[in-house]
Design a protein around this ligand. Structure first.
Ligand code: SF4
Ligand code: SF4
Length: 340
């Protein structure tokens, strides 16, 4: 049984990009240094910004991101500080290279999950997308994290380049001992622009293909004892549409101080908040927050603006489906998989 996961209205999620530098050059990398900055935050700044959000929300969750966050020499200090400030959960997103001996400098009590990115079940699928040797390094990193007692998530970003190989992931996930599996949809951000649609293989998959492939693979992984989360992407016309920018507390923080509420806006200077002198301040109009309340029958307004190709052509004047908020997820747990 699949469950749509409602936006959490009572807990805040802090997606903290502590630097934008990375050792890899993934073809679909969403980082855009022109918009997000090229600096590496000092540990004192990280500390103050963590404090800012810990004061604003009770027990928020923090996800450390980059670039590659393990390239930051003080990541371990940032993790320990998060715990001290009362963050409810701490996750480190990594490409698997695990720099600065990070596994030896934090403990499973301090880090809830190491979240690895892998875009194929073999080097022949993954490495053309993420770089030569990245499959081996990532799987080796997962094994090392498990060996050290950490819980591990794996994120697979789906495009036409790798959707046919997704069905081979559940056995690999089981073999690696992965605890949670996140299927992600490729987005029009960073290195990947609408121009990439010309590169056929990197295109987003259409609705029929998505619905045919994703839920069965998610179920197969859940049957292996792994909790699986994937974006809903499409809504039936009668399903309610909600914009996470209006009903959830997600903060996407970049090292230049920009704070977005919507990940699809990150390629544009449309951030609604900014950290200035260690205070969170609203930015001038027009920004992302001015767009969130605009209602369109096709669902997400940002899809209309930046990836209109995703929108369905109207049938009898009405769209046959809506585009969901990119933050809306479905979840299948191992128990759900057994139940149905
Ligand atoms: S997607 Fe992640 S791992 Fe790949 S280049 Fe971008 S920041 Fe690095
Ligand atoms: S993706 Fe669309 S629906 Fe979700 S926060 Fe952004 S504008 Fe709102």
């Amino acid at each position: 049984m699949r469950k749509t996961v409602s936006f959490t209205r009572h807990s805040a999620n802090v997606f903290f990009h502590i630097l934008t530098r990375c050792n890899l050059h993934c073809r679909h990398c969403y980082i855009n240094p022109d918009q997000h900055g090229r600096n590496t935050l000092e540990i004192d700044t990280i500390d103050r910004w963590l404090t800012l959000f810990a004061r604003r929300h009770p027990s928020p969750n923090v996800i450390f991101l980059g670039g590659e966050p393990t390239l930051h020499p003080d990541l371990a200090g940032a993790v320990k500080r998060s715990r001290g400030l009362g963050y409810a959960s701490v996750t480190i997103d990594t490409n698997g290279y695990l720099f600065h001996n990070i596994l030896d400098r934090v403990t499973p009590d301090e880090v809830d999950y190491f979240s690895f990115s892998l875009d194929g079940p073999s080097p022949s699928v993954n490495d053309p997308l993420r770089g030569d040797g990245s499959f081996e390094q990532c799987t080796r990193g997962i094994a090392a994290a498990k060996q050290s007692g950490f819980s591990v998530s794996l994120i697979y970003t789906v495009s036409r380049a790798n959707i046919d190989h997704l069905r081979h992931m559940p056995p690999l996930l089981a073999e690696l001992g992965v605890d949670r599996f996140f299927i992600q949809v490729i987005g029009v951000r960073g290195q990947w622009t609408e121009d990439a649609q010309r590169v056929e293989t990197l295109s987003q998959v259409d609705r029929d293909t998505w619905l045919e492939v994703i839920p069965p693979v998610a179920k197969a992984a859940a049957r292996q004892g792994i909790a699986v989360t994937f974006p809903k992407v499409f809504l039936d016309p009668e399903e309610p549409f909600e914009c996470a920018g209006m009903v959830a507390d997600n903060y996407f923080i970049f090292p230049n101080g920009r704070v977005y509420r919507c990940p699809l806006c990150e390629d544009y200077p449309m951030h609604s908040l900014e950290i200035r002198d260690d205070r969170l301040v609203k930015t001038a109009k027009v920004n992302e927050a001015d767009l969130f309340p605009l209602f369109i029958s096709e669902g997400c307004i940002m899809n209309r603006i930046i990836q209109p190709r995703n929108l369905p052509p109207a049938v009898n004047g009405k769209p046959p489906y809506k585009i969901a908020c990119c933050m809306l997820k479905e979840k299948i747990t191992p128990i759900d998989a057994k139940a149905g």
